[in-house]
Design a protein around this ligand. Structure first.
Ligand SMILES: Nc1nc2c(c(=O)[nH]1)N[C@H]1C(S)=C(S)[C@@H](COP(=O)(O)OP(=O)(O)OC[C@H]3O[C@@H](n4cnc5c(N)ncnc54)[C@H](O)[C@@H]3O)O[C@H]1N2
Ligand code: MOO
Ligand SMILES: [Mg+2]
Length: 555
């Protein structure tokens, strides 16, 4: 028998919030494992009583994981939040009422309350889905009532599905692959449809196969896939604004490098008690004291703010706290002064290294470089600094209906606004943008543009073509033509539900692809929520996810 996997989905608001222990789910796993159904693996998941989340989990397990059996426990009663049967009905393609009837009939022998059970069972593709009650006892009883039929049921379903797969394979229209030298090749057999179609429209999936992730989960997936930035480049200070420092800056000399006056006044000896002082030659900022000049008892030297303290002096008295006693005969040069204040040693003197000591780490690796940080780097003499590299972001719009502003609109066309919003947002946040234009909704054109974007850029941001329409080709093109790994294709949010995130290996590098929904508000919001944190992480930002968005409540 081929390897089979099962899943147990616990549906409970309280268990999903951690307010109650899930006893029924683990018990069903035990029952499956001890049955003779031959399951190699049992997946488990717990979701709140939200129809969309239940539906998403069932679709994920049926379509992506290809499980043979899925048991749900919980959410099958009469209370308003019991929606498991409704979610199950949306997912199943074929009803299997016999299983539910058998379980309810047998349960009625145990309790008349079984009348209030709304258990649903059915088949989607090769997956049998069975609703069970939420209580551990009720779920175990019902599972045991259904058990005698399950082995045969699963065999029948897998037989049917292998025949269905065979039929599907023989109807495959396109096969595309990326060969060793990175060029795209496609093989096309046309059987009366347009070349860009992946399925004849009547055979398209009627449900998205992509599970709905919460915004939080989706962001987590994005951040997990992005490697920590390691590469750095040397930049002049003026080009380093808003970049992230790639290497700590250590002061190779102290600041100030000499004892400096903090005031305009006189360099003095604090212990000198003379009433009158002779005024020596001045020291002004930018000069060094005249060689051999020393302040002695009974003397002071004129000094300006920022000038080095001459030898002998240990304090500065500001000019406001002195009185002129005598000047030169022509009245232009100060000769004698009197000090009017008490002077403390060290007063108004900035000692060597008092701002920055030699060997001190002035800026840590990972610091975002604002004006003050650049000033600090300059004050310890850095002309060029090592910053993390920033990603190059290619931006592309998709859609037969979108045309460049400036051209004439044919009927049914609109101007492309998304590309301009996204490119501006990329640049506003300090990243390099690359405009790769508009791709119409054809497989060939999409492949051409996407390949061009991936060739040059680290990140590709597209808008449009990711939902359920027959011209929404982005996801199949990424999978079939680029062997992209789609990490999520739907997010539980509005706007932005079809937001898609994928990665692809190109020229030995991991490239990120954000395929955003086409609605302008959706692409703008999802750029802020998912793309921006990713770009920030790529650029080495220490807190890449903390992006603040101003929201306004409409009245
Ligand atoms: N059956 C379903 N239909 C739709 C679903 C769904 O779940 N099931 N999702 C809806 C949601 S939510 C969104 S959002 C949109 C997103 O669709 P696509 O990403 O496939 O985008 P398009 O179909 O290409 O375009 C949608 C809309 O946006 C306009 N657009 C597209 N590109 C641009 C551009 N560059 N500048 C300005 N406007 C643009 C386009 O003309 C369409 O009006 O799908 C829903 N449908
Ligand atoms: O949720 Mo869509 O992304 O309508 O706008
Ligand atoms: Mg669409």
């Amino acid at each position: 028998m081929a390897a089979r996997s099962a899943g147990v989905l616990t549906v409970s608001d309280r268990c999903s919030k951690g307010e109650a222990n899930d006893t029924s789910g683990p018990n069903l796993v035990r029952l499956i494992n001890s049955s003779k159904l031959g399951f190699n693996d049992v997946l488990t998941k717990c979701v709140p009583d939200e129809a969309e989340l239940i539906e998403a989990a069932l679709l994920d397990w049926a379509d992506r994981a290809g499980l043979s059996l899925v048991l749900t426990t919980g959410g099958t009663g009469f209370s308003p939040r019991d929606v498991t049967p409704e979610a199950t009905k949306k997912v199943i393609e074929r009803d299997a009422p016999g299983l539910s009837i058998a379980m309810i009939t047998k349960s009625l022998e145990v309790t008349p309350m079984a009348m209030l059970s709304r258990l649903t069972s059915g088949i989607r593709r090769s997956t049998l889905i069975i609703n069970l009650p939420g209580s551990k006892k009720g779920a175990e009883e019902c599972f045991n009532f259904a058990l005698p039929s399950l082995s045969h049921a699963l065999d029948l379903i897998s037989d049917v599905s292998s025949r269905v797969d065979h039929t599907h394979n023989s109807m495959q229209v396109h096969g595309g692959h990326t060969c060793g030298h990175g060029k795209y090749h496609s093989t096309t057999k046309t059987i009366g449809r347009t070349k860009e179609d992946f399925y004849p429209v009547a055979m398209r999936p009627r449900q998205s196969p992509y599970p709905l992730l919460s915004v939080h989960e989706a962001l987590q997936v994005v951040m997990e896939k992005i490697p920590e930035q390691q590469s750095t480049e040397l930049r002049n200070l003026e080009d380093a604004l808003d970049r992230v420092l790639g290497e700590s800056i250590i002061a190779s000399q102290p600041f100030p490098p000499f004892p400096a006056s903090i005031k305009d006044g006189y360099a003095v000896i604090s212990s000198d008690s003379s009433t009158e002082r002779d005024v020596l030659a001045p020291v002004t900022a930018g000069e060094s004291p005249q060689s051999g000049q020393c302040v002695l008892i009974g003397t002071v030297a004129r000094i300006t703010t920022g000038a080095p303290l001459p030898g002998g002096a240990d304090a500065v008295v500001m000019v406001e706290n002195t009185e002129l006693l005598a000047s030169s005969d022509d009245g232009t040069v100060e000769k004698k002064i009197k000090i009017l204040s008490n002077v403390q040693s060290g007063e108004d003197v900035r000692s060597v290294g008092s701002d920055i000591a030699k060997g001190e780490t002035v800026l840590e690796r990972g610091t975002v470089l604002g004006p003050s940080e650049l000033g600090l780097a300059a004050s310890v003499g850095m002309e060029r600094i090592n910053v993390f590299k920033t990603p190059l972001v290619a931006v592309m719009s998709t859609g037969n209906e979108v045309v460049d502003p400036g051209s004439n609109l044919a009927p049914g066309q609109i101007y492309d606004s998304n590309r301009h919003v996204l490119l501006a947002a990329v640049r506003k946040n300090g990243f390099k943008g690359l405009d790769i234009g508009i791709a119409p909704d054809t497989r060939e054109k999409l492949v051409e543009k996407i390949a061009a974007g991936l060739e040059k850029a680290d990140v590709l941001v597209t808008s449009g073509g990711v939902s359920m329409g027959e011209k929404d080709l982005l996801k199949p093109v990424l999978v079939k033509d680029f062997s992209a790994n789609i990490h999520f294709g739907r997010v539980f949010m509005k706007p932005g539900k079809p937001t898609t995130f994928a990665t692809v290996e190109r020229n030995g590098k991991l490239k990120l692809i954000f395929a955003l929904p086409g609605n302008p508000v959706s692409s703008t919001v999802t750029f802020q929520l998912f793309v921006l944190p990713a770009l920030r992480k790529l650029a080495g930002h220490p807190n890449p996810s903390s992006v603040t968005i101003k929201a306004q409540q409409s009245l």
